[in-house]
Design a protein around this ligand. Sequence first.
Ligand SMILES: *Cc1c(COP(=O)(O)O)cnc(C)c1O
Length: 397
Amino acid sequence: MTDTLDDPTASWGPATLGIRAGQHRTAEMEHSPAIFATSSFVFRNSAEAAAVFAGEQPGNIYGRFTNPTVQAFEDRLARMEGGDACVATASGMVAILSLVLATMKAGDHLLASSGLFGATISLFNNYVVKFGVAVDYVDPKHAELWEKAIRPNTKLLFVETPSNPLTEIADIAALAEIAHRHGAKLAVDNCFLTPVFQKPLELGADYVIHSATKYLDGQGRCLGGAIVGDAQSVGKDVFGFMRTAGPCMSPFNAWVFLKGMETLTVRMKAHEDNARRLATWLNEQVGVKHVYYPGLPGHPQHELAKKQSKGYGAIVSFEVDGGRQGAWKVIDATQLCSITANLGDTRTTITHPATTTHGRISAEARAAAGISEGLIRIAVGLEELDDIQADLRRGLG
Ligand SMILES: *Cc1c(COP(=O)(O)O)cnc(C)c1O
C-alpha cells in the first residue's frame, strides 16, 4: 500500500481517485488518458528484451499481459476499492471465472449466495462443477446458515449484496469472519453499489468482483470486468491465469471505463437520489403491493445496509396486483423506460424477472427465491424523476 508520507494521493477521497488515480502521462503531455491501441511493444535492443522477459526490468511485452490504458483502469479501480492489485477482464462473467480457475482446484468446495446474478449461477452449475469443484447455495440474509454449510474443503464464499432483484443484504463483515475462521476467502460482487457506496475489502472481504459493463461505464457502451484484492492471489495468481488464458480487457474499453469512473461518484449519487424518491413514491401507489429497496426504512435489513454501505444504490423492485398480467401491463405501458435486463445506464430500464433473468429456473425455485409473477425490477436512470413516475403511472391501477 502507498505510504502517506511521500504519496500526496494517499489521502484522496473516492471522487478524486475516480478522476485522477492511475493515469501516467506520456511525453506528449496529454491531459485526458490516451488509448494505447497496440497488441505488442518493442525493445531498444536484445539485452533490454531479455531483461523485460526475465522480469528483471519492468516493461510491456504483449497486450495479453499488460497495456498502459488497461493498467490505468486497474490502478484506478484498485485505489477506489482500497485493494493492492486489480486484474481487468473482458467481462464481469470472466472475472468470476478467472478468480475461480486461478484460486481453486478439483476437490475444493465453493459456497455461494442463492441470490446471485443468473449467469453466475449457470457458470457455477454448468461449468465450474465439471472441473471437480462442488458448489452449494446459501441464503445471503442469514450468516449463521453459511457457518453451518461450510466444509473443511470450502475455499471460497461468493456473495452479491444487495442481491438482484429482491435487494437482500448480506452481512459482509460476518461472512468474512466465518470464511477466515475456516481458512476460506470471501469474494463480493460489488456491481450494484460500486466503491462509491460500498468497500467490501474494508469490511474484511478478500476479493471484489466487478462487471464494469454496468455503473463503471455508466452509459451502456462496453463489456468489461475486474477482480480486486491482494498482491499475491490477485496480483500474481489471477494475473498469471489472465495473461496465459487471455480473457483480457481491450484498451478501448478500458479507456471508456476510465472516462466513466471520472463521473462515477456524481452519477451514483444522482442515481440513488432518483431511486430513493421513486421507491418512496411507489410505496404510496394504489396497485403496488410491495416495494423492495434497502433505502426504505421498512426494508427488513435497512439497518445493516446503513451500517455497511454509504448508499443504497439504484435497483428498485416492486410487486404489483394481478400477477404476470399486471406486471406486463405496467411494463408494456411505458414509453420512456427501456424494456431490457441491463442496468447501470443513464437510461432507466425495466424488466420482468420471472420471465427474463429468472425465466430459466423452475417455477418452484422461483417461488422459493421470492420472485413472484407480479414482480418488476427497475434500474433507475438519470432522467427527470417526474418523467419516470409519469411513465410508470400509465400502467398502474
Ligand atoms: C452483469 C452482472 C454480471 C456479469 O457481468 P458481464 O459484464 O455482463 O459479464 C455479474 N454480476 C452482476 C451483479 C451483474 O449485474
